[in-house]
Design a protein. Structure first.
Length: 422
């Protein structure tokens, strides 16, 4: 029986690790709050990465922990690597994870190891001087070097647009500093990087068909699990579903794999999972990297299990234990799978949501389905609508034997799960 410490767990982690298939071989211990979820959100301004690492390391030293892992995209993957290192366990280099998460330094790595897929960029101070002249030609994209939920990310068309976007209120500046503070502490303690996270980055505009390429590196041997299509709601850049296998031509997928392998090996990123977001422009036949995420894509774990027979959470466990994952394509029950995002673009009140019985009934009909309900009855959606223009109230992961069956199940989701608005 292996004892596994899971840091900053989310609902996907807990649901997956509660399954019967893990109970004979693993015991899971959960530590760390979700710093972006009420009520732990109020801890964020005071959260100390150093104190947390010291407390956790001291606590588990006597418990004979076999592995430490995290799927958390904020600071969890970094801290799991630090704790693993201090306990002498298998794991990745925290410095490499920080480098990948810092969007500016990550872009520099991309320019060095896969120049053909990189983009031009520039570091921009949070407070722009009056005489600031960007190196990139307008329009371009601006975002924080350490972002969360796409906050403060925007396309700017003119110098006036840029100044307006960067003219943050006192409240926004405080929020930016709160969000970057834990990451800055990790940069200070585990790297020699000159630029902290209190910057923005400008990037040349890229577009095309968006996908995510998932994989892992074990001792610098890189394995690509697959390519997942990111499908948007028509006329928006908001995700409607994630579909696997990708519908891109095999030749394009192979080029993407080559680019990502060169990047991961060139950056010396070892013993960890990654997911890389990319664009393929059909008109120019060019591939560009959007960003690299040095962690498990937890929303896609079911998708790989449906088609390939192994959930990528098992790969996360194997890597954390220092074992070689046994991934092989095409061993799953289904040939098609998707993660459908249930979303509304109207700022109404959520009048009803499915209860446990509704979800259990749906799961009996589609035994490999995974349903997440985010909305609560009585929630007024106008606040989130103002922030991002839409409201995600659920996610449904399903597998099918054909594309026709896949979308038939999706229609059944919309018809049978009693979400209603007023």
């Amino acid at each position: 029986m292996k004892k596994v410490l899971v840091l900053f767990p989310n609902d996907w982690d807990k649901v997956e690790f509660s399954k019967e298939k893990y109970k004979q071989d693993y015991t899971f211990i959960y530590e760390g709050p979700n710093l972006f979820k009420f009520p732990h959100l109020f801890q964020l301004p005071f959260f100390s990465t150093q104190r947390f690492i010291e407390r956790i390391t001291k606590k588990v030293q006597l418990e004979k922990i076999d592995a430490v892992l995290s799927s958390d995209e904020y600071i969890g993957a970094i801290i799991a690597a630090v704790v693993s290192q201090q306990l002498g366990l298998a794991g990745s280099d925290p410095t490499k994870i920080i480098l990948a998460q810092h969007k500016y330094y990550s872009r520099l790595e991309q320019q060095e190891h896969c120049k053909e897929a990189s983009v031009q960029c520039e570091l921009i101070p949070q407070k722009i001087p009056n005489d600031f002249k960007p190196k990139l030609s307008f329009p371009f994209f601006v975002k924080p070097v350490k972002g969360t939920f796409s906050l403060f990310a925007k396309k700017v068309n003119t110098p006036i647009d840029l100044k307006k976007h960067m003219a943050f209120s006192w409240y926004e500046r405080i929020l930016l500093n709160i969000i970057t503070r834990p990451f800055n502490h990790l940069i200070r303690d585990y790297t020699q990087l000159e630029k902290k996270a209190n910057y923005f980055i400008s990037e040349e505009l890229i577009d095309g068909v968006q996908v995510t390429l998932d994989g892992y590196s074990l001792n610098n041997e890189v394995t690509i699990c697959g390519v997942v299509d990111s499908v948007m709601f028509p006329g928006t850049n908001i995700f409607e579903r994630f579909q696997y296998p990708s519908r891109l031509p095999a030749e394009v997928q192979q080029r993407m794999e080559t680019i990502v392998v060169n990047l991961i090996q060139g950056a010396d990123f070892k013993n960890a999972q990654f997911n890389v977001e990319l664009f393929y422009n059909q008109e120019t036949d060019k591939i560009h990297i959007i960003e690299i995420n040095p962690r498990l894509s937890y929303q896609f774990g079911d998708l790989y299990e449906n088609v390939d027979g192994i959930n990528t959470y098992q790969i996360l466990l194997d890597l954390a234990l220092g074992n070689k994952p046994r991934f092989k394509k095409g061993n799953g029950e289904f040939t098609q799978t998707a993660s459908f995002v249930l979303r509304t673009f109207e700022g109404k009140e959520l009048r009803a949501v499915p209860d446990e019985k509704h979800i259990a009934d749906f799961n009996r009909r589609y035994h490999e389905s995974n349903i997440k309900v985010y909305g609560k009855k009585g929630t007024k959606l106008s606040g989130e609508m103002r922030a991002i223009g839409s409201y995600r109230y659920g996610i449904v992961n399903v597998g099918a034997h054909s594309l026709l069956d896949l979308f038939s199940i999706y229609e059944d989701v919309l018809d049978s799960l009693p979400f209603s608005f007023k």
